[in-house]
Design a protein around this ligand. Structure first.
Ligand code: ATP
Ligand code: MG
Length: 435
């Protein structure tokens, strides 16, 4: 993308309404624009970051055996009456009437719709287990939308739903998602800690929130240093391994949000290992048994001929919230420092002297070799503006091309994450960036 033609409305001033750094940087870097309270348009830079995050989520869901579908945003109130949640959900639900005066709603979550879809398909135990997910916009009329995309009213969520014949089967599905989540967040360069969450009337210990530590997080969390020291990619084995043992390695350490905090157990932990901090919830997994299959009359025939209600679980990831969370975890005074895996662009080519024949030619060559993954700052601006914008937008690599270097076929290569700069040949720069 050539910056001279790009739609990248960066801001010089820090927007007054933004209270946390990720919100400020997303506005300043021209990633998003608010169109109504808690509702955002995603501009090219933000949209690309969102798609990168979404793609990692998708790959790890697929790898864990879940299948992608796409359910609508608009749902019928009748389905929610069947589950008994229509009245219970409260003012967070956006209720709509169509022209025939039928009650509809903008989906805040999809248990009812997916149960209804599955009900029409599943007849026998052979149709189980299945795990269906989609990545779709949700609406929740939050009392206090804030912090930009972190707590929006309209937001993008990945939600998966598992159907199993037995509780043991559902536990297995739960563990698959548990491990998929560890991988997903680790691939984005985040350390998300699974913490026991409230299971409500269902009881048991099969609900976890995945939380990343950040000063601006909305939850208070208590976690053992041992857990923070674990490596999610090394400790998340493949799906044919012993999943119960793998999950057990994560759940045997202390980790809780304030709702689940147990001060007595906490005090037993060595003082030097007690970390109390703020956290951002990026995912939530939940086993809820027959909570929906029973009232909605989803049944299948078991092998012995008896009729059973499938055991279900649901598994959410805040895809749009993650973009903010990643920035909370990766930034400095000058701007964003994208981890490679989720960077909207891999590299920026900075032409420090537009119109200089050698600079223009070399920049063109490098830009073309990098293709769609690069931005080319070919604007007629001062070098200082280009440096500032590249740092603000946070591309992992910057290729800086000045007239003296270009004449000698040399460029400067800057790594945004570390600030390291090296003078190299254009070929070496390309190899590093692509490597
Ligand atoms: P929270 O406790 O933050 O309100 P929740 O428990 O209501 O979230 P879930 O129903 O578990 O959320 O939704 C799954 C995921 O969707 C959450 O883990 C979170 O990452 C994301 N999410 C929930 N609400 C919002 C929101 N208002 N804006 C952005 N992301 C959200
Ligand atoms: Mg939750």
């Amino acid at each position: 993308m050539r910056l001279s033609r790009a739609f990248l409305p960066t801001l010089k001033e820090t927007p007054a309404e933004a209270q946390i750094v990720s919100h400020r940087l997303m506005l300043r870097a021209g990633m998003i624009r608010q169109t109504a309270a808690g509702i955002y348009a995603w501009l090219p830079l933000g949209w690309r970051a969102l798609q990168k995050v979404e793609q990692i989520v998708r790959e790890e869901q697929d790898r864990a055996g879940a299948q992608e579908i796409l359910m609508p945003t608009i749902q019928s109130a009748d389905l929610w009456r069947q589950s008994g949640r229509y009245d219970a959900y409260g003012p967070e639900m956006l209720r709509i009437r169509d022209r025939h005066d039928r009650e509809m709603l903008f989906g805040p979550t999809n248990e009812e719709v997916v149960t209804e879809i599955f009900r029409q398909f599943a007849k026998s135990y052979r149709d189980l287990p299945r795990n269906l997910y989609h990545i779709q916009w949700k609406f929740r009329d939050e009392v206090r939308p804030r912090f930009g995309v972190m707590r929006g009213r309209e937001f993008l969520m990945k939600d998966a739903y598992s159907f199993d014949l037995t509780k043991e089967g559902a536990e297995h599905s739960y563990r698959q998602m548990f491990l998929a989540y560890l991988r997903t967040f680790a691939r984005m360069g985040l350390k998300a800690i699974p913490m026991r969450a409230d299971t409500g009337p269902i009881g048991g210990d099969l609900s976890h929130e995945f939380i990343i530590l950040a000063e601006t997080g909305e939850s208070q969390v208590f976690v053992s240093q041992d857990l923070l020291d674990m490596d999610p990619l090394a400790e998340a084995p493949d799906y044919d391994a012993d999943l119960a043992a793998a999950v057990g390695r994560w759940t045997s350490h202390y980790a809780a949000t304030d709702e689940m905090h147990d001060p007595v157990a906490w005090e037993k932990l060595e003082a030097s290992k007690r970390v109390s901090a703020r956290g951002i919830e990026v995912g939530h997994i939940f086993y809820f048994g027959t909570k929906y299959s029973k009232p909605m009359e989803l049944t299948v025939q078991a092998a012995d001929g008896s009729t059973v209600h499938p055991e279900m679980g649901s598994y959410g990831i805040g895809v749009s919230r993650l973009v903010g969370a990643i920035i909370e975890a990766n930034h400095d005074e000058a701007g964003i420092k994208w981890p490679d895996a989720v960077a909207p662009f891999r590299a920026a080519v900075l032409n420090l002297k537009n119109g200089d024949a050698a600079c223009d030619a070399l920049c063109d060559t490098i830009y073309r070799a990098l293709g769609d993954e690069a931005v080319y700052d070919d604007r007629a601006d001062r070098a200082g503006v280009k440096f500032a914008d590249a740092d603000l937008m946070g591309h992992p690599w910057q290729v800086i091309v000045g007239p003296r270097g270009a004449a000698a076929n040399r460029v400067e290569l800057k790594r945004r994450m570390t600030g390291e700069r090296h003078e190299v040949s254009p070929e070496d720069a390309l190899a590093k960036i692509k490597g």
